[in-house]
Write a protein of this length. Structure first.
Length: 579
């Protein structure tokens, strides 16, 4: 079976063409109008889009990309604390940002994050499993796994998982294979760790946890071999620590010692977890094969469907169980099964949830809630490593099939893997959305009316909800012409507690939010006008701009009353200059 594609270059080229073609097919609705449509749904995608644009703007204008005053102005937002931030990708995609703009760049990042993750998994599988068809299949399964497909809705920091298989590959090289210099492999591991830090700290934390689980599994399967290889591994581990520390020193210092550093628990610890039923109950986003009765009555998991990432399915489970039984004598199978099971259990969170109900049964992940930094790791995001384990076992299944002597049995075994993988075929109607962008922000002569680098109060007040997340797209499309209060950014909450997005609420932002949400607002009075003007001064706003939003007329009337004059109407916005 491994000889079906004997030439490595042919195999690599086929993988690149196959994964790329399928990724563009999956997101074809967005690529029909890539400059105006965003892959996924509103509105998580605006934060990574805005932060990618900020990074490219910062490095081309001499600013620190790890801190920004262009959001949450006149304050400073610590980019290193933002889960959607991807400073490394922001640097690498700067030429794209300057050439094709922020929306197309975002779509390219989402699309090729799947491609590169699949290619990276294939490289690791070539080392772990060998052959050609097995790694090709495993890479395909990982590239379009439930985790990566689900988080493509708006979390490219998590779908850019192309360093994860390489990190685990370097760990296995140091501990098991040991065929290259430990210093060289350790240095490579250090570079990968630092790179992952600048892609997603959550995924890096998961990679560390998975590496520990992998080491424990290896120690169980190869107790004598691991002990004999200890010195080599320690030398490589030391080199990795030195290189990673040197490369990550500045970003970590900015995160921990810089302004608006966050502390404590940022989000609820027992909400974004994997529900036990999600392993076998499909979600329409990650598979087309959803029974009619489930489509008619969708299950409520207790959180956004984007986090329902652990679907395996009954057929795939049977194939994996059969592979584990038949290949149990293979050390890689035993190590993979043990590591994957550990990560699957940890993804369930601190207590067991079944069909949307918290049973209260305490699980091993409860220990994370007591550890610094790890307390902010959302357990559901560990299912990335479960999916990688499934990809490894699928490649092993192909390898085992290749060792069968009867062609009929080989074909049946490969067919079973293919059929199981087909149950992960995601919807071909992948969501797409088009944020409303007034012509004002796309016209340089219009945006030149705004003071360059000046603070503009943009209405709706930028936060993280449907309807008020658009301003980050407007700012990016306007080539970062202006700074603005608010934004889809985590900031410390007054007095501690869960982080806030967009900054501390005040009378002005609260009334703007109420108008946006359609809730009642107090009648305008001279006293209220004075109060709102005070906060406008506190924002140091030099202009006010109202764009598309619900109840837009009410927002315009409020600003007219506060400023005592009508706006300029230009390019689809209402604008007040020289505030």
């Amino acid at each position: 079976m491994a000889t079906l594609l004997p030439r490595p270059r042919i195999g690599a080229t086929l993988a690149l063409v196959l994964y790329t073609s399928l990724a563009f097919l999956l997101f074809h609705k967005a690529w029909m109008a890539p400059a105006h449509s965003l892959i996924g749904g509103c509105c998580d995608s605006v934060a990574p889009l805005g932060l990618l644009r900020w990074t490219s703007f910062a490095i081309t204008h001499g600013y620190n990309p790890l801190l920004t005053t262009y959001l949450t102005a006149p304050g400073v937002a610590n980019v290193m604390w933002q889960p959607p931030a991807m400073p490394l990708l922001g640097v690498l995609t700067t030429p794209l940002e300057l050439t094709v703009g922020p929306v197309v760049t975002y779509n390219l990042v989402v699309t090729f994050s799947l491609v590169l993750s699949g290619l990276s998994a294939r490289v690791a599988l070539k080392r772990w499993v060998g052959g050609t068809l097995g790694p090709l299949t495993g890479g395909l399964i990982f590239a379009f796994s439930p985790f990566l497909v689900s988080h493509s809705l708006g979390h490219p920091a998590f779908t850019s998982a192309f360093l994860v298989p390489l990190i685990l590959l370097m760990v296995s090289e140091l501990v098991v294979y040991q065929q290259r210099s430990p210093v060289l492999i350790g240095a490579a591991l250090g570079v990968l760790v630092a790179g992952q830090l600048l892609l997603s700290e959550e995924i890096l934390a998961g990679s560390v946890i998975c590496s520990v689980a992998l080491l424990l599994s290896l120690a169980t399967v190869f107790p004598r071999r691991i002990a004999a290889h200890g010195r080599h591994a320690l030398v490589g581990g030391g080199a990795a620590l030195v290189v990673a520390a040197a490369l990550a020193a500045v970003p970590i210092a900015v995160q921990l010692l810089g302004p608006n550093s966050l502390h404590g628990l940022l989000r609820p610890s027992d909400v974004y977890v994997i529900d036990l039923a999600n392993f076998v109950v499909p979600v329409s986003l990650v598979t087309q094969w959803v029974p009619a009765f489930l489509s008619a009555k969708p299950y409520v998991w207790g959180w956004d469907v984007v986090e329902a990432t652990s679907y395996i399915g009954v057929l795939f489970l049977l194939v994996l169980i059969a592979t584990s039984i038949v290949g149990w004598r293979r050390p890689l199978v035993r190590v993979t099964v043990a590591t994957t099971l550990v990560m699957a259990v940890l993804s369930l969170g601190p207590t067991l949830h079944v069909m949307g109900h918290d049973t209260g049964v305490v699980l091993p992940a409860a220990v994370f809630t007591r550890l610094p930094f790890l307390m902010n790791l959302l357990p559901a995001r560990l299912s990335l490593f479960t999916d990688l384990g499934i990809a490894v076992l699928s490649a092993q299944a192909i390898s085992l099939a290749g060792s069968l002597k009867r062609p009929l049995l080989r074909g049946a075994a490969v067919g079973a893997v293919a059929l199981a993988a087909a149950t992960w075929m995601p919807t071909i109607q992948y969501p797409v959305w088009s944020p409303p962008v007034p012509a004002f922000f796309l016209n340089r002569s219009d945006t030149s009316m705004l003071p360059r680098g000046g603070i503009v109060l943009v209405v709706p007040f930028p936060r993280d909800h449907v309807g008020n997340a658009y301003p980050m797209v407007w700012q990016a499309d306007a080539s970062m012409r202006f700074r603005m209060p608010g934004g889809y950014m985590f900031l410390p909450a007054p007095g501690g507690g869960l982080a806030t997005t967009g900054g501390v609420e005040n009378p002005l932002s609260a009334i703007l939010d109420d108008i946006d949400y359609g809730t009642a607002t107090p009648p305008f009075t001279p006293a209220l006008g004075n109060l709102l003007r005070t906060w406008l001064v506190a924002y140091q706003a030099q202009a006010v701009l109202v764009g598309p939003m619900p109840h837009r007329g009410k927002a315009v009337k409020l600003i007219e009353d506060v400023l005592g004059r009508p706006p300029i109407r230009v390019g689809g916005v209402e604008l007040w200059l020289h505030v």
